[in-house]
Design a protein around this ligand. Structure first.
Ligand code: NAD
Length: 436
């Protein structure tokens, strides 16, 4: 079986390498030439644990190749995975231009039956559109199938999630295509659910929306807990022991980010609007998330006595640990908020770099935690990187001008931080610790 993966981002590269690891012959294609050159030189274009090693391994084993010639790539493949981006448009809908471009290229270069697999997250009915786009681009009619096979990996553990998924969803109208998909995944020990393409597309959105709902529920509850002196982290532990609830995605914080939850929720809300069906819970989920960081920044501002001309150390830029992805990361609106308040900001992240769109002489990225916190009035922890959890906080305390520590991820131990002399405030987890 010759697999072609179109789009070599977080999903495509991980998918391609995991197939290579399962002894399949894989070709990866991307329109970004720089990306192809970087991959050929065995340099992953982004950070994901274990990816660099696997890339090196399979470039050497020749189990994976990277190309930019679409015609040759399509001709030499029998199964084609679409893993291109589906970014949000200003109205919230998913931008399908990359999917359409790839589908049209496949259609125009098809030299025999192809199994086309949509792995990108796409709105309901996109499977039909892809069929249409492929068909329209064909010079002569060639048989093909389009299967919806949404991806559920999490950045930061993408390889693990791809090799050990909870389930595989196959949305297919054709038994032949569904059977071919089952054989591709036959080495994975997880349930395979075959359904209609529309249902498969909905399962992806419904899953992400539900996880985001858990987070926003806890984040909104944290606002009440903050007022009532109740520790939301303890509430989460007590709730999570109930198997009907489950312990995951109950951690309150400054809000979710990343390339998936915010975009997919907007896209599902857009779909609901088009269908004249109200998803009122989801609209609130989005609203709580958009306002969460400001809600707690406001509380912390009062503790600090204003952000103007204060030196604030931001620890963590990426939307979560173990990735360099800054898409929709809460750190970015937080930085903008503080710049608007005339703070002086120093930031640190183990891997991610401050994006060039944040252009101010009041902000600087530092290489070490020590340089970031030196003479700071306050630290704001935006990402719960392990380095920050394990940091020498007594030393950090000794380097700071004032002792305010705002833990946006409830990642540190409030009692320990208070013992070290910090004025520690998290997300509804430390109100009892407020010093006299
Ligand atoms: P990404 O932005 O990291 O990568 C997309 C890649 O596609 C880029 O390298 C781009 O150059 C390439 N591309 C665009 N048009 C192309 C074309 N016509 N031909 C070839 N290459 C093309 O995106 P991603 O994060 O990997 O996400 C891809 C899709 O998977 C999205 O729909 C996303 O919602 C979904 N998804 C993402 C995640 C995640 O955690 N990142 C998880 C599950 C699903």
């Amino acid at each position: 079986m010759n697999i072609l993966v179109i789009g070599l981002g977080y999903v495509g590269l991980t998918t391609g390498l995991s197939f290579a690891e399962q002894d399949m012959q894989v070709t990866g294609l991307d329109t970004n030439q720089e990306r192809i050159q970087s991959l050929l030189a065995s340099k992953p274009p982004f950070y994901e644990p274990g990816l660099a090693e696997l890339l090196d391994k399979h470039l050497q084993s020749k189990q994976i190749a990277f190309v930019s010639d679409m015609k040759q790539a399509v001709e030499h493949s029998d199964t084609i995975f679409l893993c291109v981006g589906t970014p949000p448009q200003p109205d919230g809908s998913a931008d399908l231009q990359y999917i359409q471009a790839a589908a049209s290229s496949i259609g125009s270069y098809m030299n025999g039956y192809k199994l086309i697999v949509i792995k990108s997250t796409v709105p309901i009915y996109t499977n039909q559109k892809v069929r249409q786009w492929v068909h329209e681009a064909q010079a002569t009619s060639v048989d093909f199938d389009v299967v919806s096979n949404p991806e559920f990996l999490r950045e930061g553990s993408a390889l693990h999630d791809t090799m050990y998924p909870d389930r595989i969803i196959i949305g297919s109208e054709s038994t032949r295509a569904a059977e071919a998909m089952k054989s591709i995944y036959n080495k994975l020990a997880c349930p395979i659910i075959v359904t209609s393409p529309n249902t498969a597309e909905m399962i992806k959105y419904a899953s992400n929306a539900f996880l985001a709902t858990k987070i926003s529920y806890m984040n909104e509850l944290a606002r009440l807990c903050e007022k009532m002196d109740i520790n939301i982290s303890d509430v989460a532990v007590g709730m999570g022991q109930d198997h009907r609830i489950g312990g995951y995605f109950l951690q309150a914080g400054i809000g979710y980010g990343g390339s998936c939850f915010p975009k997919d929720i907007q896209a599902l809300l857009y779909t609901a609007e088009q269908e004249k069906a109200e998803l009122s819970i989801l609209a609130q989920v989005s609203l709580v998330n958009r306002t969460q960081y400001a809600y707690f920044l406001n509380i912390w501002e009062q503790k600090l006595g204003g952000y103007a001309n204060k030196t604030i150390a931001i620890l963590g830029l990426s939307f979560k640990p173990n990735t360099d992805d800054l898409r929709e990361a809460p750190s970015i609106p937080i930085i903008r908020y503080l710049l608007a308040k005339q703070s002086v900001i120093r930031v640190h992240d183990p891997i991610a770099n401050l994006p060039s769109i944040i252009d101010s002489d009041r902000i600087q990225q530092m290489n070490s935690i020590e340089d970031t916190v030196a003479h700071a009035d306050a630290v704001i922890l935006c990402t719960e990187w392990e380095q920050y959890k394990q940091a020498d906080w007594a030393h950090i305390r000794s380097l700071m001008e004032q002792r305010y520590l705002f833990d946006g991820r409830n990642a540190l131990h409030p009692e320990q931080m208070a013992e070290l002399g910090f004025q520690y405030y998290g997300i509804a987890n430390a109100s009892q610790l407020e010093p006299e």
